[in-house]
Write a protein that binds this ligand. Sequence first.
Ligand code: NFE
Length: 522
Amino acid sequence: MNESGTSKRITIDPLSRVEGHLKIETRVEDGVITQARAAGLLFRGLEKALIGYDARVAQQVTQRVCGVCPYAHAEAAALALEDAMGIRPNANGQLLRNLITGAYLVHDSLLHFYQLSALDFIDIEAVLAYKGGDPVLAAVRQWVEEEVRSSRIFPGAPFLPRYRHDDQLPGDTDSLLLVRNYFANFTLLADLQKMVAIFGGKAPHPVAIEAGGVTTRPTLGMLAQYRTLLRRAEAFVLGPYREDIFSVCRAFPHYFQEGRGYGNFLSFPFLPEADGDNHLFAGGALLNGEHQPLELDAINEDHTYAFYRQQSGTALPPLATSRLTPLDWQEFQREEQRKGGKYSWSRAPRYRGEVMEVGAAARIVNSYHQGGNQALKELVDHTNRELGITVADYNSVMGRHLSRYLSAALIIGRLKEQLEMVKDGVLGFEEREVPRNARGVGITEASRGALGHWLETDKDGLIKNYELVVPSTWNFGPKDAAGKPGAVEKMLLGTRISNPEQPLEAARIARSADPCIACSVH
Ligand code: NFE
């Protein structure tokens, strides 16, 4: 933190409990954030590794972008190639694909809430004051005490160090229940990974999602095993996860006002029926208050503040971004030191030139307004009545946490129905040749939001060009040529920081969008 009068610079670098290296830099005046920068500080360039290979390898290679959302890259790669081939999977192929991707998205929602975010809302050291008689809670308290006091290499991890703050749950039963469920959730995460592996062949990075369907032939045994695990997941999601989300929403109602972004939401269709249509989450765009059908040609990426050599047209359609050249080491250093210069390896995706938030809130709000899914509408209306909020409040820190729970609950409902529609012994896959001189686009919802893969093959059917536009790039990208801050940068602006030494408010806002910088810079 640097100080001059009432103006302070507050930097969080790196922000912890995220994948990859995210730096948040802010200027705080009279206690309020007036400038904010989100910087992805690693370069990867994975798309370049695909050039010249058989297009079917994209399913495997693009999954290596990330250990948290690999399934989504597998699906987007398969969809892009299926688009180029002009095919869709058969019913079993589609259903099995849903059973893999749906389970993974539920996994990621739970992981984000308990392991990556909940600790922001708990005063972990106050938990040690628990004197109640519940043996499970007493055991949790005991465990926390041993961890916090231990003298191992990282004493207290993952609970310490932490930001201390007045605005945290006290060390009462609510906090202890959250810590208890922090541990209980590990079992659930393992169960959900098993569900992915049953039909996906392995987890993480499932191998069975291919263009043409899913290469697993389901047996009655596999279906029974998945059913058992799905019931356990349902009990946890509709039980402890719901209770914990609701108790945090009730304890921090002001966080339905914090971290508000532009209110522009982009989401892609996810979890269709067996015929590939009527997705559980419809997808669409909410732009300047108006709901619009999706138009993929409206997507461009700006690189004015990204560490790429500047090209005259700064906003390029996805496949044209392959022309961009990353800065070399000297250029990078010069740029980093230049006032007002480039500051992130993430580019800045835009939709009709506007900044869009992607993720769970976008998914729920857009699907709600499309109105096609009655179960979704009823669940959202019921939840809003219980919490005394409206759909407009989803544009907030707590709205994003709540939307992840709503996504998980709705997905479980759909998986239960679709599991019973799978035909045992029927292969859900058909092999096709990779088309030559073809183009294809695959779009889906990754856990963190709208994900697209753009593919072009050459005269031999090999990959000529491949580009990803990724959820965390939408949310954590930098400013654009017009000077418009990125989605999370905007969420930070106007936030009051009560203690510059402990800027928990900024961390809560950034984490509410579930950053994955490994994906963002891919
Ligand atoms: Ni690495 Fe990802 C998801 C993708 S990026 S986690 O979900 O795509 O936000």
